[in-house]
Design a protein around this ligand. Sequence first.
Ligand code: ADP
Ligand code: MG
Length: 521
Amino acid sequence: MGFWEFPKRKTLGNLIGKVVNLPGKPINTENIIVAIEEDEEISMHALLVAKDDDYLYLLRVVDIFYYSPLATPQDSKTALVLFQKNVTPEEAMGHFQAFRAVRTELLDVAIKEEEEFRLLGPKKIPKPLTPVYRPSSESYKLLYGYQRNPVTVGKLIDSDVEATIDVQNLSRHLLVIGTTGTGKSWFRGVLLERLYDMGVPQLVFDPLRDYVVAVEDLGGVNLRYGRDYLPDLSTITEGSFANMLIDVLTPLQLSIALKGFRKFKMAVINGKHGPEPAKLLDYIEEAAEDMRARDETRGNVLGRIEVLLREMGYDTERRGILAYSGSAENILTAEKLGKMLNDKLIVNIDLRGVGDLGLQTTVASSLSQLRHLREKDVVPPLIVSFDEAHRIAPRGKGSSPALPIVKDTIRFGRHYGIGVIAITQFPDSVDIELIRLPTTRLIFAVDADQIGAVSGLLGDLPESLRRHLPKLERGTAFLAGTVDVVRHTLYVRISSERRTKHGGETPQFRVRYGGYRHGQA
Ligand SMILES: Nc1ncnc2c1ncn2[C@@H]1O[C@H](COP(=O)(O)OP(=O)(O)O)[C@@H](O)[C@H]1O
Ligand SMILES: [Mg+2]
């Protein structure tokens, strides 16, 4: 091949371009220009790999541009004068000096040592004309290191490389953020299937009934709140119980309620009776007597708690009727929960339409039960997940019964073997630890008013790319995390393949045509 002959394209596998020098713009770590082959498509945020004999350079696309000498104001005017005709965009790019390029930043450099690559950090830059490729699974492995039990969640944007999360890292929790309709629950559904296939037990709190159909399809257990599920009040902690009441009782009333609650808990633990809430009311009455409360005070405490219990779906009439459907059967005990998780792997609590207090108490009670089950090693390490995290662990005044135990699980969950997946569209309304502590984060498009809340979570994503956050395509997200878990933030297309049905579809309005229609006279 002669020097001036053009090489045939597509002979170099996944070669997509070369590092080039623009006049007056030196190559540096934040400015590595890659001229792109004519028929290659590259998106913003894509990951590319430059390769020379010694090193591998990981690059992230931060800008896309065209250059044509025919398109400068002077040259397009000259062309008009000479040829009496405007240069078209196609002609401009058809010029032999025209090129399409992406600007990239250097993420990392790897050196090959005895067939193994080792990351050096962004310490060297590729020389001009270094060939650039799409990433291979080899470069992905490099970025993410060894994953013991990888779960595929999708693909890196513009590539066939599978994006994976190591199940082992889920014990340090996963946060999923994004505006409504961006693909959070779909993603949770993807994970639901894959974790199921791997045999990892999952307890799902389902406030919007997103997962009922999928859980059914997978042979898991669906429990409908109020019908076949009510939280076991004896399992929640005193702190959680206090949080249920703190807004509605005076300090004296609260101390009476807590004393009664302690007695109730002890009696259930000692097997004196079951966790039916009518018994709780009896103990509170006893506590009021012990503390010589006036009749009025006693009446107020009992009245308030009865209202709460009824609001949560318990029937507190003292006629032996213990719960909504007429029996204590539907109060889920730790023992039953453990058996279901072991036998069926997925337990989904359908909480659609249930108020905040019922939702929060369900989470508080189940997490306490799981803790107990894990301590006794009755169930293997498992995943707990919830959508609507802002309702379960709200930021600010700590009056959610779920908050103390959620915080505790987030802090120490890895020691218990309980990994939390928290999903929300309002990260700025979620307890700050639940936002900050999870070591893996998946960030879908977020509204502009939530960007402040997520900007600290985006890892090494450069400022110039953060402004795209409100407009990310549905089903795509940034995968970020702490450096040891997700070394470089990546843009991922979440898998569209699911074998179970997603339940979160928005019902469509039925529209009747006829009469006036927009655009018609
Ligand atoms: N990765 C994906 N592949 C295919 N369809 C998707 C994907 N992500 C989201 N969708 C579609 O978008 C809709 C909304 O996604 P969903 O996960 O329910 O949003 P939200 O973020 O509110 O939980 C889904 O019903 C599904 O049809
Ligand atoms: Mg959802």
